[in-house]
Design a protein around this ligand. Structure first.
Ligand code: AMP
Length: 427
Protein backbone atom coordinates (compact mmCIF):
# COMPACT_ATOMS: atom_id res chain seq x y z
CA UNK A 1 0.00 0.00 0.00
CA UNK A 2 1.13 3.53 -0.76
CA UNK A 3 2.64 5.32 2.23
CA UNK A 4 0.46 8.38 2.82
CA UNK A 5 2.97 9.94 5.24
CA UNK A 6 2.30 11.38 8.66
CA UNK A 7 0.57 14.61 7.68
CA UNK A 8 -2.41 15.28 5.47
CA UNK A 9 -3.58 18.54 3.87
CA UNK A 10 -6.14 20.26 6.14
CA UNK A 11 -9.81 19.42 5.62
CA UNK A 12 -11.33 21.44 2.79
CA UNK A 13 -7.99 22.13 1.07
CA UNK A 14 -6.27 20.30 -1.76
CA UNK A 15 -2.89 19.88 -3.39
CA UNK A 16 -2.99 20.85 -7.03
CA UNK A 17 -0.84 18.73 -9.29
CA UNK A 18 -0.84 17.04 -12.69
CA UNK A 19 -3.54 18.15 -15.12
CA UNK A 20 -5.44 20.01 -12.43
CA UNK A 21 -2.44 22.24 -11.74
CA UNK A 22 -2.02 22.75 -15.49
CA UNK A 23 -5.69 23.66 -15.70
CA UNK A 24 -5.22 26.37 -13.07
CA UNK A 25 -2.43 27.90 -15.16
CA UNK A 26 -4.51 27.73 -18.30
CA UNK A 27 -7.57 29.30 -16.63
CA UNK A 28 -5.36 32.22 -15.62
CA UNK A 29 -3.73 32.53 -19.03
CA UNK A 30 -7.12 32.66 -20.75
CA UNK A 31 -8.24 35.29 -18.25
CA UNK A 32 -5.17 37.42 -18.92
CA UNK A 33 -5.86 37.17 -22.65
CA UNK A 34 -9.58 37.93 -22.52
CA UNK A 35 -9.45 40.58 -19.79
CA UNK A 36 -6.59 42.48 -21.41
CA UNK A 37 -8.80 42.93 -24.48
CA UNK A 38 -11.06 44.96 -22.16
CA UNK A 39 -8.17 46.98 -20.73
CA UNK A 40 -7.70 45.12 -17.43
CA UNK A 41 -4.40 44.91 -15.57
CA UNK A 42 -3.41 42.42 -12.87
CA UNK A 43 -3.40 43.28 -9.17
CA UNK A 44 -1.91 41.18 -6.36
CA UNK A 45 -3.06 42.01 -2.85
CA UNK A 46 -2.16 40.25 0.42
CA UNK A 47 -3.84 36.99 1.34
CA UNK A 48 -4.60 38.38 4.80
CA UNK A 49 -5.99 41.75 5.68
CA UNK A 50 -7.24 43.52 8.79
CA UNK A 51 -10.38 41.72 10.01
CA UNK A 52 -12.18 45.04 10.23
CA UNK A 53 -11.87 45.46 6.44
CA UNK A 54 -14.09 42.45 5.83
CA UNK A 55 -16.59 43.14 8.59
CA UNK A 56 -17.06 46.65 7.17
CA UNK A 57 -17.13 45.67 3.50
CA UNK A 58 -18.92 42.33 3.45
CA UNK A 59 -21.30 43.19 6.30
CA UNK A 60 -21.71 41.99 9.88
CA UNK A 61 -24.98 40.18 9.24
CA UNK A 62 -23.69 37.91 6.48
CA UNK A 63 -22.85 34.21 6.68
CA UNK A 64 -19.33 34.93 5.45
CA UNK A 65 -18.48 37.32 8.29
CA UNK A 66 -20.50 35.60 10.98
CA UNK A 67 -19.50 32.02 10.50
CA UNK A 68 -16.87 31.56 7.85
CA UNK A 69 -13.85 33.77 8.42
CA UNK A 70 -10.44 32.43 9.34
CA UNK A 71 -9.53 35.15 11.81
CA UNK A 72 -6.50 35.25 14.06
CA UNK A 73 -4.32 37.55 16.09
CA UNK A 74 -0.69 38.00 15.10
CA UNK A 75 2.11 38.17 17.65
CA UNK A 76 1.42 41.85 18.30
CA UNK A 77 -2.27 41.20 18.87
CA UNK A 78 -3.48 42.64 15.55
CA UNK A 79 -6.77 41.18 14.30
CA UNK A 80 -6.22 39.65 10.87
CA UNK A 81 -8.30 37.46 8.56
CA UNK A 82 -7.44 35.21 5.63
CA UNK A 83 -9.37 36.88 2.81
CA UNK A 84 -12.80 35.28 2.25
CA UNK A 85 -13.18 37.33 -0.96
CA UNK A 86 -11.09 39.92 -2.70
CA UNK A 87 -13.23 42.91 -3.61
CA UNK A 88 -12.59 44.45 -0.19
CA UNK A 89 -8.83 44.00 -0.66
CA UNK A 90 -8.91 45.51 -4.15
CA UNK A 91 -10.84 48.56 -2.94
CA UNK A 92 -8.51 48.95 0.05
CA UNK A 93 -5.49 48.82 -2.29
CA UNK A 94 -7.08 51.21 -4.79
CA UNK A 95 -7.58 53.80 -2.03
CA UNK A 96 -4.22 53.22 -0.33
CA UNK A 97 -2.14 53.21 -3.54
CA UNK A 98 -4.27 55.80 -5.36
CA UNK A 99 -4.78 53.35 -8.22
CA UNK A 100 -7.54 55.43 -9.76
CA UNK A 101 -5.17 58.27 -10.60
CA UNK A 102 -6.29 61.42 -12.32
CA UNK A 103 -8.78 59.73 -14.60
CA UNK A 104 -10.63 58.45 -11.56
CA UNK A 105 -11.01 54.88 -12.82
CA UNK A 106 -9.14 51.59 -13.04
CA UNK A 107 -9.76 48.09 -14.38
CA UNK A 108 -8.10 45.39 -12.33
CA UNK A 109 -8.18 41.61 -12.14
CA UNK A 110 -6.79 39.04 -9.74
CA UNK A 111 -6.61 35.30 -9.22
CA UNK A 112 -5.74 33.55 -6.00
CA UNK A 113 -6.87 31.54 -3.01
CA UNK A 114 -9.76 32.60 -0.78
CA UNK A 115 -10.67 31.08 2.58
CA UNK A 116 -14.04 30.33 4.12
CA UNK A 117 -14.82 27.99 6.96
CA UNK A 118 -17.62 26.09 5.23
CA UNK A 119 -18.71 22.48 5.27
CA UNK A 120 -16.58 20.91 2.53
CA UNK A 121 -18.49 19.17 -0.24
CA UNK A 122 -18.35 18.86 -4.01
CA UNK A 123 -17.58 22.36 -5.32
CA UNK A 124 -17.23 23.81 -1.81
CA UNK A 125 -13.86 24.02 -0.13
CA UNK A 126 -12.28 25.94 2.74
CA UNK A 127 -9.45 27.12 0.53
CA UNK A 128 -10.70 27.75 -2.98
CA UNK A 129 -9.39 29.66 -5.95
CA UNK A 130 -11.12 32.72 -7.34
CA UNK A 131 -10.58 34.74 -10.45
CA UNK A 132 -12.09 38.20 -10.32
CA UNK A 133 -12.29 41.50 -12.15
CA UNK A 134 -13.18 44.93 -10.81
CA UNK A 135 -13.99 48.05 -12.83
CA UNK A 136 -13.53 50.97 -10.45
CA UNK A 137 -14.92 54.46 -10.89
CA UNK A 138 -17.45 53.58 -13.58
CA UNK A 139 -21.00 54.88 -13.37
CA UNK A 140 -22.64 54.04 -16.68
CA UNK A 141 -24.84 51.00 -17.32
CA UNK A 142 -22.38 50.25 -20.13
CA UNK A 143 -19.88 49.25 -17.42
CA UNK A 144 -22.34 46.69 -16.06
CA UNK A 145 -23.03 45.30 -19.52
CA UNK A 146 -19.34 45.18 -20.38
CA UNK A 147 -18.54 43.29 -17.16
CA UNK A 148 -21.22 40.68 -17.82
CA UNK A 149 -20.14 40.33 -21.45
CA UNK A 150 -16.52 39.87 -20.41
CA UNK A 151 -17.42 37.11 -17.95
CA UNK A 152 -19.49 35.43 -20.63
CA UNK A 153 -16.71 35.74 -23.20
CA UNK A 154 -14.28 34.17 -20.75
CA UNK A 155 -16.53 31.17 -20.24
CA UNK A 156 -17.02 30.85 -24.01
CA UNK A 157 -13.27 30.98 -24.53
CA UNK A 158 -12.96 28.02 -22.18
CA UNK A 159 -15.30 26.30 -24.67
CA UNK A 160 -18.01 25.81 -22.05
CA UNK A 161 -21.16 25.19 -24.09
CA UNK A 162 -23.65 28.01 -23.66
CA UNK A 163 -26.58 25.64 -23.34
CA UNK A 164 -25.02 24.33 -20.12
CA UNK A 165 -25.04 27.80 -18.59
CA UNK A 166 -27.60 30.32 -17.52
CA UNK A 167 -27.09 33.93 -16.74
CA UNK A 168 -29.25 35.52 -14.06
CA UNK A 169 -29.53 39.27 -13.57
CA UNK A 170 -31.28 41.39 -10.93
CA UNK A 171 -31.08 44.83 -9.40
CA UNK A 172 -30.56 45.39 -5.67
CA UNK A 173 -31.55 49.04 -5.76
CA UNK A 174 -29.68 51.81 -3.96
CA UNK A 175 -29.68 53.52 -0.55
CA UNK A 176 -32.76 55.48 -1.71
CA UNK A 177 -35.02 52.60 -2.67
CA UNK A 178 -33.64 49.58 -0.85
CA UNK A 179 -34.53 50.63 2.74
CA UNK A 180 -38.17 51.07 1.71
CA UNK A 181 -38.14 47.68 0.03
CA UNK A 182 -36.46 46.12 3.08
CA UNK A 183 -39.29 47.37 5.28
CA UNK A 184 -41.89 46.03 2.89
CA UNK A 185 -40.13 42.65 2.70
CA UNK A 186 -39.71 42.44 6.48
CA UNK A 187 -43.43 43.14 6.90
CA UNK A 188 -44.28 40.32 4.50
CA UNK A 189 -41.82 37.93 6.20
CA UNK A 190 -43.20 38.75 9.67
CA UNK A 191 -46.64 37.84 8.43
CA UNK A 192 -45.26 34.42 7.37
CA UNK A 193 -42.75 34.00 10.21
CA UNK A 194 -44.10 30.66 11.44
CA UNK A 195 -43.47 29.10 8.02
CA UNK A 196 -39.80 30.16 8.03
CA UNK A 197 -36.79 28.35 9.49
CA UNK A 198 -35.17 29.71 12.66
CA UNK A 199 -32.30 31.30 10.68
CA UNK A 200 -34.69 33.16 8.39
CA UNK A 201 -36.79 34.30 11.36
CA UNK A 202 -33.61 35.83 12.77
CA UNK A 203 -32.80 37.39 9.38
CA UNK A 204 -36.11 39.30 9.41
CA UNK A 205 -34.53 41.44 12.13
CA UNK A 206 -30.90 41.52 11.00
CA UNK A 207 -30.94 41.38 7.20
CA UNK A 208 -34.26 40.38 5.57
CA UNK A 209 -32.80 40.27 2.03
CA UNK A 210 -30.53 37.40 3.11
CA UNK A 211 -33.64 35.17 3.41
CA UNK A 212 -33.45 34.83 -0.39
CA UNK A 213 -30.18 32.90 0.08
CA UNK A 214 -31.97 30.19 2.11
CA UNK A 215 -32.26 26.89 0.26
CA UNK A 216 -34.94 25.30 2.51
CA UNK A 217 -38.03 24.43 0.44
CA UNK A 218 -40.43 25.85 3.03
CA UNK A 219 -38.60 29.19 3.03
CA UNK A 220 -38.33 29.23 -0.77
CA UNK A 221 -42.10 28.76 -0.94
CA UNK A 222 -42.73 31.77 1.28
CA UNK A 223 -40.20 33.83 -0.67
CA UNK A 224 -41.79 32.98 -3.99
CA UNK A 225 -44.72 35.16 -2.94
CA UNK A 226 -42.62 37.95 -1.43
CA UNK A 227 -42.54 41.48 -2.87
CA UNK A 228 -39.79 41.82 -5.47
CA UNK A 229 -37.07 44.43 -5.30
CA UNK A 230 -37.10 44.90 -9.04
CA UNK A 231 -40.69 46.22 -8.72
CA UNK A 232 -39.64 48.61 -5.95
CA UNK A 233 -36.72 50.41 -7.64
CA UNK A 234 -36.52 54.20 -7.63
CA UNK A 235 -36.72 55.87 -11.08
CA UNK A 236 -32.91 56.17 -11.40
CA UNK A 237 -32.27 52.52 -10.51
CA UNK A 238 -35.10 51.39 -12.78
CA UNK A 239 -33.67 53.42 -15.67
CA UNK A 240 -30.18 52.02 -15.03
CA UNK A 241 -31.56 48.50 -14.97
CA UNK A 242 -33.51 48.98 -18.22
CA UNK A 243 -30.43 50.26 -20.01
CA UNK A 244 -28.33 47.32 -18.81
CA UNK A 245 -31.01 44.99 -20.15
CA UNK A 246 -31.10 46.82 -23.50
CA UNK A 247 -27.31 46.66 -23.84
CA UNK A 248 -27.29 42.93 -23.09
CA UNK A 249 -30.13 42.37 -25.56
CA UNK A 250 -28.28 44.32 -28.26
CA UNK A 251 -25.21 42.16 -27.66
CA UNK A 252 -27.37 39.08 -28.23
CA UNK A 253 -26.85 37.70 -24.73
CA UNK A 254 -29.46 35.36 -23.35
CA UNK A 255 -30.23 35.95 -19.66
CA UNK A 256 -33.05 35.77 -17.19
CA UNK A 257 -34.15 38.43 -14.73
CA UNK A 258 -34.27 36.65 -11.39
CA UNK A 259 -35.89 38.84 -8.71
CA UNK A 260 -34.69 36.46 -5.96
CA UNK A 261 -31.01 36.86 -6.84
CA UNK A 262 -29.52 38.86 -3.94
CA UNK A 263 -26.04 37.30 -3.55
CA UNK A 264 -24.42 36.78 -0.17
CA UNK A 265 -22.55 40.01 0.50
CA UNK A 266 -23.93 43.34 1.71
CA UNK A 267 -22.00 45.75 -0.48
CA UNK A 268 -23.97 45.25 -3.68
CA UNK A 269 -26.08 48.04 -5.18
CA UNK A 270 -28.09 47.99 -8.41
CA UNK A 271 -26.98 45.32 -10.89
CA UNK A 272 -26.18 41.84 -9.57
CA UNK A 273 -25.60 38.80 -11.75
CA UNK A 274 -24.66 35.16 -11.53
CA UNK A 275 -23.73 32.44 -14.00
CA UNK A 276 -25.09 29.03 -13.07
CA UNK A 277 -24.58 25.60 -14.55
CA UNK A 278 -27.88 24.18 -15.69
CA UNK A 279 -27.32 20.64 -14.42
CA UNK A 280 -24.77 18.14 -13.16
CA UNK A 281 -23.49 20.24 -10.26
CA UNK A 282 -26.12 19.90 -7.55
CA UNK A 283 -26.51 22.75 -5.08
CA UNK A 284 -23.11 24.32 -5.83
CA UNK A 285 -24.21 25.35 -9.30
CA UNK A 286 -23.00 28.97 -9.24
CA UNK A 287 -19.84 29.32 -11.32
CA UNK A 288 -19.43 32.94 -10.49
CA UNK A 289 -21.16 36.22 -10.12
CA UNK A 290 -20.89 39.75 -8.96
CA UNK A 291 -22.44 43.14 -9.08
CA UNK A 292 -22.20 46.84 -8.56
CA UNK A 293 -20.91 48.26 -5.30
CA UNK A 294 -21.39 52.00 -5.59
CA UNK A 295 -21.03 52.68 -1.86
CA UNK A 296 -18.08 50.49 -0.92
CA UNK A 297 -15.26 53.01 -1.41
CA UNK A 298 -16.96 55.46 0.96
CA UNK A 299 -17.68 52.68 3.44
CA UNK A 300 -13.93 51.97 3.48
CA UNK A 301 -12.91 55.60 3.88
CA UNK A 302 -12.42 56.57 0.23
CA UNK A 303 -14.17 59.00 -2.12
CA UNK A 304 -17.43 58.04 -3.78
CA UNK A 305 -16.35 55.63 -6.55
CA UNK A 306 -19.15 53.64 -8.21
CA UNK A 307 -17.74 50.26 -9.24
CA UNK A 308 -18.65 46.79 -10.43
CA UNK A 309 -16.95 43.40 -10.33
CA UNK A 310 -17.32 39.66 -10.36
CA UNK A 311 -15.57 36.57 -9.01
CA UNK A 312 -15.56 33.06 -10.33
CA UNK A 313 -14.42 29.82 -8.68
CA UNK A 314 -11.92 27.57 -10.46
CA UNK A 315 -13.13 24.41 -8.68
CA UNK A 316 -16.63 25.05 -10.02
CA UNK A 317 -15.33 25.79 -13.52
CA UNK A 318 -13.57 22.41 -13.44
CA UNK A 319 -16.79 20.68 -12.37
CA UNK A 320 -18.67 22.41 -15.16
CA UNK A 321 -16.06 21.34 -17.71
CA UNK A 322 -16.30 17.75 -16.44
CA UNK A 323 -20.11 17.82 -16.54
CA UNK A 324 -19.93 18.98 -20.18
CA UNK A 325 -17.20 16.43 -20.94
CA UNK A 326 -14.71 19.04 -22.04
CA UNK A 327 -10.95 18.63 -21.84
CA UNK A 328 -8.87 21.76 -21.72
CA UNK A 329 -6.26 22.08 -24.49
CA UNK A 330 -3.04 21.63 -22.52
CA UNK A 331 0.36 22.25 -24.02
CA UNK A 332 2.04 19.00 -24.95
CA UNK A 333 4.84 17.78 -22.66
CA UNK A 334 8.27 16.84 -23.95
CA UNK A 335 8.29 16.25 -27.68
CA UNK A 336 11.80 14.86 -27.98
CA UNK A 337 13.75 12.61 -25.62
CA UNK A 338 17.47 12.32 -26.27
CA UNK A 339 18.93 8.98 -25.18
CA UNK A 340 22.64 8.15 -24.90
CA UNK A 341 23.67 4.56 -25.63
CA UNK A 342 26.61 4.78 -23.22
CA UNK A 343 27.78 6.97 -20.36
CA UNK A 344 30.58 8.49 -22.46
CA UNK A 345 27.94 10.08 -24.71
CA UNK A 346 25.77 11.68 -22.02
CA UNK A 347 27.41 15.07 -22.44
CA UNK A 348 26.80 14.88 -26.17
CA UNK A 349 23.13 14.05 -25.49
CA UNK A 350 22.92 16.96 -23.05
CA UNK A 351 24.33 19.35 -25.68
CA UNK A 352 21.72 18.21 -28.20
CA UNK A 353 18.90 18.71 -25.67
CA UNK A 354 20.10 22.28 -25.18
CA UNK A 355 20.09 22.85 -28.93
CA UNK A 356 16.57 21.46 -29.24
CA UNK A 357 15.29 23.71 -26.46
CA UNK A 358 17.03 26.70 -28.04
CA UNK A 359 15.16 25.84 -31.23
CA UNK A 360 11.92 26.02 -29.20
CA UNK A 361 11.22 22.29 -28.78
CA UNK A 362 10.36 20.82 -25.40
CA UNK A 363 13.13 18.23 -24.95
CA UNK A 364 14.38 15.93 -22.18
CA UNK A 365 17.24 13.60 -21.40
CA UNK A 366 17.87 11.16 -18.58
CA UNK A 367 19.19 12.68 -15.34
CA UNK A 368 19.25 9.48 -13.30
CA UNK A 369 22.00 7.44 -14.98
CA UNK A 370 19.54 4.96 -16.49
CA UNK A 371 20.39 2.16 -18.95
CA UNK A 372 19.39 2.62 -22.60
CA UNK A 373 16.39 0.34 -22.14
CA UNK A 374 15.26 2.32 -19.08
CA UNK A 375 15.77 5.57 -21.03
CA UNK A 376 13.33 4.29 -23.66
CA UNK A 377 10.79 3.52 -20.95
CA UNK A 378 11.23 7.00 -19.50
CA UNK A 379 10.81 8.49 -23.00
CA UNK A 380 7.57 6.55 -23.38
CA UNK A 381 6.26 7.79 -20.02
CA UNK A 382 7.17 11.37 -20.92
CA UNK A 383 4.91 11.19 -23.98
CA UNK A 384 7.73 12.23 -26.34
CA UNK A 385 6.90 11.81 -30.02
CA UNK A 386 10.52 11.17 -31.00
CA UNK A 387 13.57 9.66 -29.34
CA UNK A 388 16.95 10.75 -30.62
CA UNK A 389 19.56 8.06 -29.96
CA UNK A 390 23.12 9.25 -29.63
CA UNK A 391 25.41 6.24 -30.35
CA UNK A 392 29.15 6.00 -31.03
CA UNK A 393 29.13 4.61 -34.59
CA UNK A 394 26.49 7.00 -35.96
CA UNK A 395 28.15 9.92 -34.24
CA UNK A 396 31.55 9.07 -35.75
CA UNK A 397 29.88 9.42 -39.16
CA UNK A 398 28.20 12.71 -38.12
CA UNK A 399 24.70 11.30 -37.55
CA UNK A 400 22.18 10.54 -34.82
CA UNK A 401 19.34 8.03 -35.00
CA UNK A 402 15.72 9.23 -34.70
CA UNK A 403 13.00 6.84 -33.63
CA UNK A 404 9.32 7.65 -34.08
CA UNK A 405 7.66 6.40 -30.90
CA UNK A 406 4.38 5.72 -32.61
CA UNK A 407 5.40 3.99 -35.86
CA UNK A 408 8.68 2.65 -34.34
CA UNK A 409 10.40 3.62 -37.59
CA UNK A 410 14.03 4.72 -37.35
CA UNK A 411 16.12 6.97 -39.58
CA UNK A 412 19.46 8.77 -39.49
CA UNK A 413 19.76 12.54 -39.53
CA UNK A 414 22.83 14.75 -39.55
CA UNK A 415 23.95 15.62 -36.05
CA UNK A 416 24.91 19.19 -36.95
CA UNK A 417 21.44 19.96 -38.36
CA UNK A 418 19.41 17.79 -35.98
CA UNK A 419 17.86 20.60 -33.91
CA UNK A 420 16.87 22.70 -36.92
CA UNK A 421 15.40 19.72 -38.77
CA UNK A 422 13.41 18.34 -35.85
CA UNK A 423 12.01 21.70 -34.88
CA UNK A 424 10.91 22.27 -38.48
CA UNK A 425 9.25 18.84 -38.54
CA UNK A 426 7.50 19.03 -35.21
CA UNK A 427 6.18 22.59 -35.27
P1 AMP B 1 -19.02 34.71 -3.89
O1 AMP B 1 -17.73 35.40 -3.52
O2 AMP B 1 -19.67 34.05 -2.71
O3 AMP B 1 -19.93 35.55 -4.68
O4 AMP B 1 -18.61 33.49 -4.80
C1 AMP B 1 -18.20 33.65 -6.13
C2 AMP B 1 -17.79 32.30 -6.68
O5 AMP B 1 -16.71 31.79 -5.93
C3 AMP B 1 -18.87 31.23 -6.55
O6 AMP B 1 -19.76 31.27 -7.62
C4 AMP B 1 -18.02 29.97 -6.58
O7 AMP B 1 -17.64 29.63 -7.90
C5 AMP B 1 -16.79 30.38 -5.83
N1 AMP B 1 -16.87 29.97 -4.41
C6 AMP B 1 -17.38 30.66 -3.37
N2 AMP B 1 -17.24 29.97 -2.22
C7 AMP B 1 -16.63 28.81 -2.54
C8 AMP B 1 -16.19 27.66 -1.81
N3 AMP B 1 -16.33 27.58 -0.49
N4 AMP B 1 -15.59 26.64 -2.49
C9 AMP B 1 -15.42 26.72 -3.82
N5 AMP B 1 -15.81 27.77 -4.56
C10 AMP B 1 -16.40 28.81 -3.94
Amino acid sequence: MQNKGTYQAPKGTEDLYGERAQAWELLQQVAARVFSRYGYRPLYTPIFEATELFTRAVGKATEVVNKEMYSFKDRKGRNLTLRPENTAGVVRAAIEQNLLGEGGSAKLYYAGPMFRYEKPQKGRQRQFYQLGAEALGVTLPEADAEMILMLWEYLCELTLPQQHLQLLVNSMGCPQCRPLYRKELAKYLRAHAEELCADCQERIKTNPLRTFDCKRPSCCKVLAGAPKIIDALCPDCAEHQKRVERLLNDAGLIYRIDPTLVRGLDYYTRTVFEVQVVDGMGAQNALGGGGRYDGLFEELGGKSTPSIGFALGFERVMLALEAANIRLPFEKGAQVFVAATEDALREEAFALVRELRDAGLPALCDLQGKSLKAQFKAADRSGAALVVIVGPDELDDGYVRVRDMQSKEERLIERSRAAARLSAELR
